[in-house]
Design a protein around this ligand. Structure first.
Ligand code: ATP
Ligand code: MG
Length: 164
């Protein structure tokens, strides 16, 4: 991937603003939780935007009216952790191991609403995070919600270098 040091916080703000109207249409609240300063990371902006958008789209799609989606970032040791948390339908433990597989979808037999999709969003997101030598981690509880966290290594700027 083409690495550029980007203002990750600007990118997260953009993603948040784009998610707002889509979430409001489903009666969801969207929250943005950023630290005052976010360490710099080297990412491919276009690819990373796709990964982030896939996670946010899922958080909206697998949610319920009155629920919420929280996009957050934090500095942690030598990493930046970006998380997308929802209060949606959650994912059964046995499915959590498989959701990153190509074309895998959790079956919704008996569900009142069938949600369409190809089972590619998380596969792509995981591939993109891997290209950045990062980790994509899921924590989820059925009927409570899910959190997807992207862990990225912080790149330290050479002394005197301009930090974006
Ligand atoms: P698309 O290719 O349009 O993204 P999709 O949303 O079905 O289709 P993925 O994004 O790869 O595919 O997700 C795979 C499956 O994991 C989904 O079908 C869904 O069952 C489950 N899943 C993903 N994100 C969530 C979430 N936030 N909450 C609950 N289940 C989820
Ligand atoms: Mg999806």
């Amino acid at each position: 991937p083409e690495r550029n040091r980007v203002r990750l916080d600007d990118m997260l703000r953009d993603a948040y603003e784009q998610a707002l109207p889509r979430a409001e249409g489903k009666q969801l609240r969207v929250l943005l939780d950023l630290p005052r300063e976010l360490e710099a990371v080297a990412i491919d902006k276009d690819l990373f935007r796709i990964a982030l958008n896939n996670l946010l789209t899922n958080a909206i799609k697998y949610n319920r009216p009155g629920g919420s989606v929280t996009l957050a970032a934090r500095n942690e040791d030598n990493e930046i952790v970006i998380s997308v948390r929802d209060t949606g339908i959650g994912i059964a433990p046995e499915a959590q191991d498989r959701i990153f597989e190509k074309f895998y979808r959790v079956s919704e037999a008996g569900a009142a609403t069938q949600r369409g999709g190809h089972g590619l969003g998380l596969y792509l997101a995981a591939q993109i995070v891997e290209l950045h030598h990062g980790r994509l981690v899921v924590e989820s509880e059925p009927d409570v919600g899910s959190t997807f966290s992207v862990h990225l290594k912080i790149v330290s700027a050479p002394a005197g270098a301009a930090v974006l």
